[in-house]
Unconditional design. Structure first.
Lengths: 186, 108
């Protein structure tokens, strides 16, 4: 019996310390998954999602039978919760993108080059938003949050080869979308 | 690193530069704040709420019994109509517990 399973059994019998330990072990990954789905403009919403996920898990812990690992169970709840939240916040104004802040303090290239980069980044961001949710999440986890293929696979609840193929197909689709918009990335 | 076809290297570089941004993390007190909410959510009814709920129940039972009696019903059917739903409500948690092994784990 692994540590998570022991903690779940104790949490099911009402031990709040055990549940707190489960939160401590999984909160960072739950947040990373939520933020990978919502994107960098909705980081506070991802924190809300992480909180809702654990409240929901606490409420439903009695019905958890241990047929899957606790991690897989909670990541599946996170994925569904974050996708639902994304549908609700889609039309709300976005928070300041920290990339813009990082670039504001970085040495600036020439204005025409800057404009070109901004337009290409906007086209890329729009193309990413048009990808299926799992591809978007895989890309953000891998390229933004620095997750390895193993972590991408664990968080999305798929085998590593599937995670690799998500990344591969996402890159191919983005390449085609950008080409269609007149941007070359070869 | 995942395997890449020749044309993918360009988009890989673009993604690396375009998505490079500070990685956010949860505030350090996230776990404590969450556990406070968990404790609050798992607290049973307080004494005041229990009293209020019991008072409401007794008042509604007495009122409905008086109204039914006023309409000429005998005490037998009145008792059946009042106690029947109460017995059902009391048996619900037991019935739900008996049905639980058939359910699969899910929270969403």
């Amino acid at each position: 019996m692994d540590l998570d399973a022991q903690l779940v059994a104790r949490a099911q019998s009402g031990d709040q310390q055990a549940f707190a330990e489960l939160v401590r072990r999984h909160s960072a990954r739950v947040f990373r998954l939520a933020v990978s789905i919502l994107g960098r403009e909705f980081v506070p919403e991802a924190e809300d999602v992480a909180q809702e996920v654990f409240l929901k898990a606490h409420h439903a812990i009695q019905s958890f039978r241990g047929e899957a690992e606790f991690g897989s169970w909670i990541y599946r709840i996170t994925f569904n919760q974050a996708v639902n939240r994304k549908a609700r916040v889609r039309f709300r104004s976005r928070h300041v993108d920290e990339t813009a802040l990082a670039r504001a303090v970085a040495p600036e290239p020439a204005p025409d080059r800057r404009m070109e980069i901004a337009q290409r980044d906007a086209a890329l961001a729009e193309s990413i938003r048009n990808l299926p949710e799992v591809y978007q999440s895989a890309l953000r986890l891998y390229y933004w949050l620095g997750a390895g293929v193993g972590e991408v696979a664990a968080l999305l609840g798929v085998p590593e080869n599937t995670a690799k193929s998500y990344l591969h197909r996402a890159r191919k689709l983005l390449h085609a979308m950008l080409k269609e918009k007149g941007y070359s990335c070869d | 690193m995942t395997e890449m076809e020749p044309g993918e290297a360009g988009i890989d570089n673009l993604l690396r530069s375009s998505l490079a941004a500070p990685v956010p993390s949860l505030p350090p007190d996230f776990d404590q704040r969450l556990m406070r909410k968990v404790r609050r959510a798992s607290q049973p009814f307080g004494r005041y709420h229990r009293l209020l709920f019991a008072g409401y129940g007794v008042t509604s039972v007495v009122t409905s019994a008086a109204v039914m009696r006023g309409q000429g019903l005998h005490w037998g059917p009145i008792a059946l109509m009042v106690l029947g739903p109460l017995a059902l409500a009391a048996a619900l948690p037991w019935l739900r517990g008996a049905a639980r092994p058939a359910t699969r784990h899910s929270a969403g």
